[in-house]
Design a protein around this ligand. Structure first.
Ligand SMILES: [Zn+2]
Length: 332
């Protein structure tokens, strides 16, 4: 398997704002560099770095996202602002009234307009990081189009909370959808999202046109989506799970999900993989163990489909490398 690695060191917001105050940011470069360290130490796979990536075409980003939103990330988010003269991360603070469709003609207003929360600050270095991360996903999918069987984009920022015209949950461009749009030229694509959190952005972009399977809890970020009753459609399934889910409980749902994908019979599969389902994840709430990720991957591989894995969450830096190593072992 080829691993497309993008650490994106320059994108490193120092803190995030959660409910009662500022906290150290969980979405940091060490999440990816620790996976890289373990894979190098254990001589796993074929690591490919951004200088060898294919650049994601802007037209492809504009198929997934609102072109005005793409322009905001690529151009407006990057430029210096009158209101914030220093080179600092800018956090959204003003959000639109519900049902408002007018994009404010003001930088602070536009940042809030394109955000669903305060976890996606922008900065001049964010633009490059978001593009490189999307390009990792694009390159991983191109590798499949060229005859590869499995590839894994291990990048950040993650993507599955980024919707048609909004960022959120540390996500700016939807990397999984970049892979889906790339693979679609060869046939039906299924998406399996096994991050701890609901892939609300992926769901938003798909607009429930194609299949998405999500095993997800009911009570955590992004709060407003992922509820089974809201999204049950013939080709779209959510499986909200309670906090504290064990390997065995999770596995029963995973098997049911994989049977549905098998029935759907796609040409290829895109998997949003998040290790925030790990038992000691600081912002998760499940009880999955490192060994389980190998079992999870092995079952996904039994579908026998060309598969692109996309890195989403996973915030226990000490464990993330070993969790990724275990998962990759299951694909071998
Ligand atoms: Zn997550």
């Amino acid at each position: 398997m080829k691993e497309f690695i993008s650490v994106n060191n320059k994108h490193a917001a120092p803190y995030e704002f959660y409910a009662h105050g500022f906290e150290p940011n969980s979405e940091i470069p060490a999440r990816v560099s620790e996976i890289e360290r373990v894979l190098i130490e254990q001589k796993v796979g074929e690591l490919i770095y951004p200088d060898k990536f294919s650049q994601v075409p802007r037209e492809l980003l504009e198929k997934i996202h609102d072109p005005a939103y793409v322009a905001f990330i690529l151009e407006s988010a990057k430029r210096e602002q009158r209101e914030i003269p220093e080179n600092k991360y800018r956090y959204p603070t003003s959000f639109p009234y519900r049902r408002s469709n007018r994009v404010p003609n003001n930088d602070v207003g536009a940042l809030g307009y394109y955000s669903i929360d305060t976890y996606t600050p922008v900065h001049e270095d964010l633009t490059d990081a978001a593009l490189v991360s999307a390009s990792g996903a694009y390159s991983a999918a191109v590798d499949i189009l060229h005859g590869g069987n499995t590839s894994y984009s291990i990048g950040r920022p993650p993507g599955h909370h980024a919707g048609y015209d909004y960022m959120g949950g540390y996500c700016y461009f939807n990397n999984a959808m970049v892979a889906v749009e790339t693979l679609r030229e060869k046939g039906k694509v299924a998406i399996l999202d096994v991050d701890f959190h609901h892939g609300n952005g992926t769901h938003d972009i798909l607009d429930m046109q194609r299949m998405i399977d999500v095993a997800d809890p009911d009570l955590m970020f992004p709060y407003f989506s992922g509820k089974k009753r809201m999204f049950e459609k013939p080709e779209c399934f959510n499986y909200p799970l309670p906090l504290g889910v064990t390997n065995e409980q999770y596995d029963a749902i995973l098997q049911r999900t994989l049977r549905r994908i098998n029935d759907f019979n796609p040409y290829s599969l895109v998997v949003s993989i998040g290790y925030d389902t790990y038992k000691d994840d600081p912002i998760g709430g499940f009880q999955l163990t490192t060994d389980y990720y190998e079992r999870m991957a092995r079952q996904i591989m039994e579908l026998k489909k060309p598969t692109v894995f996309i890195q989403e969450g996973g915030y226990n830096v000490a464990a993330i490398g070993h969790n990724a190593r275990s998962f990759i072992k299951g694909t071998e």
